[in-house]
Design a protein around this ligand. Structure first.
Ligand code: SF4
Length: 410
């Protein structure tokens, strides 16, 4: 979501004549912030402190993103010497107009409409979240759900593809809850319409929610050559008691049923999940239920986090943070080691297979890289003059937990 916001603001600035530059040469520094975890929020304040040296009366510091919703005007009081311009998410026109009144730039280079790389275009289809997971700050900072009309989404995707995008990524904090405000349907209907856009090579969407995922969505995915075979489906815990305390709205049998159906329809589907260890009340047995789930499902990627209370959430205000820090760390390290071995084992299964790769660019070693339909990163050896945006076939020679490496296949 933050990348999509940054792209949107960057496009407006570049269209107004600004160019990206290094901080030491820039007149304007913009921080697009995330506060989903305390560590992210701490990084924002660290960056703002760093900017004190950089700031001069001629220079502008702007802050946008979730911290604006959370802290708003207090940023000005906390950093008076920075005189930060506070820009609410999505309200970029006034900000750009304010800069125009201060600076005079008219020679910018237009950003490709598809985004910085020109390959992927992010489209927000739903903003905010109507859930109230007890650990999560998002509903407070991003507000209740707003759904972008179906026709507007399809039109934006078509425009991006016409301008050169090869991949479209539909975004929402809970993308599965999407429904057209004019009654044209939910996410399954939307992806079914978008995937038919001529010239679109890949369609992805994130992030899903086990309670809201429509069964038809899996059918639409399975029947498509364009929609990626990847589900980002946060489970958070493998224990029903903890899920209830988290107010996630589903039980493990429901989660398992989704995974089973997805794998029946798409045996090679990539599964990505999020897990929090050490949530209030997480007993050893509850933790072991999560551990057993990881062993059983064999996710491709697990984003693991230790629970830390976010002020302003139900869990922080009402539930005792009763798992000692050392125990949280032990559980985290245990699952990290477990998942590392699972991911290595799973990825090794790709060796010897041909996979389809959408080429995204060149890495720091000059090698061609891209992503397979199941989401894994792939390095193309002897990629020669394969250009970003091409769909190629790769014979996988090597696999590590994080990526595949291979040679172009006929
Ligand atoms: S569904 Fe996701 S964004 Fe919404 S409250 Fe729960 S964790 Fe936060």
């Amino acid at each position: 979501m933050n990348t999509a916001d940054s792209e949107s603001l960057a496009r407006k600035l570049l269209a107004a004549g600004y160019v990206e530059d290094s901080l030491d040469r820039a007149d304007v520094a913009i921080l697009n912030t995330c506060v989903v975890r305390q560590a992210s929020e701490d990084r924002v304040y660290a960056k703002l402190h760093e900017l004190k040296e950089w700031k001069t009366p001629e220079r502008t510091v702007a802050v946008t993103g979730c911290i604006v919703a959370k802290e708003g005007a207090t940023l000005g009081r906390r950093f008076p010497m920075l005189e930060p311009v506070v820009v609410p998410i999505g309200e970029y026109d006034d900000f750009v107009a304010g800069l125009d009144a201060r600076y005079d730039y008219s020679q910018g280079e237009a950003l490709p409409p598809a985004g910085r790389t020109g390959i992927s275009h992010f489209v927000r289809v739903i903003e905010g979240c109507d859930h109230n997971c007890t650990f999560c700050i998002v509903p407070k900072v991003r507000g209740r759900e707003r759904h972008i009309p179906f026709d507007d989404v399809v039109a934006e995707c078509r425009q991006a593809v016409d301008a050169g995008a090869k991949e479209v990524v539909l975004l929402g904090q809970n993308v599965d809850d999407y429904h057209d405000p004019n009654g044209r349907g939910g996410l399954a209907a939307l992806v079914a319409a978008v995937e038919k856009i001529p010239g679109l090579k890949r369609l992805r969407f994130m992030t899903s929610h086990p309670q809201d995922l429509e069964p038809q969505l899996l059918e639409v995915m399975a029947a498509s050559d364009v929609i990626c075979r990847e589900l980002q489906l946060p489970v958070q815990s493998g224990d029903d008691g903890i899920l209830k305390r988290m107010a996630r709205g589903y039980q493990m049998r429901h989660y398992r049923a989704i995974v089973e159906r997805a794998r029946t329809l798409m045996p090679d589907i990539g599964l990505v999940t999020d897990v929090i260890v050490g949530f209030p009340g997480e007993s050893e047995e509850a933790f072991l239920n999560t551990r057993r789930l990881l062993e059983e499902i064999e996710f491709d990627v697990v984003h693991l986090a230790m629970y830390s209370p976010r002020p302003g959430t139900f869990a922080a205000d009402r539930l005792a943070d009763d798992v000692p820090a050392a125990e949280k760390l032990r559980r985290l390290n245990d699952l990290l080691a477990l998942q590392k071995s699972i991911a290595a084992r799973k990825t090794a299964r790709w060796v010897g297979r041909n996979v389809q790769v959408l080429v995204e660019g060149h890495d720091e070693l000059g090698r061609v890289y891209g992503r397979i339909r199941q989401g894994k990163r792939a390095i193309v050896l002897k990629g020669g003059d394969i250009a970003p945006g091409e769909l190629i076939h790769l014979r996988v020679m090597q696999a590590t937990a994080g990526q595949l490496t291979g040679l172009p296949a006929a």
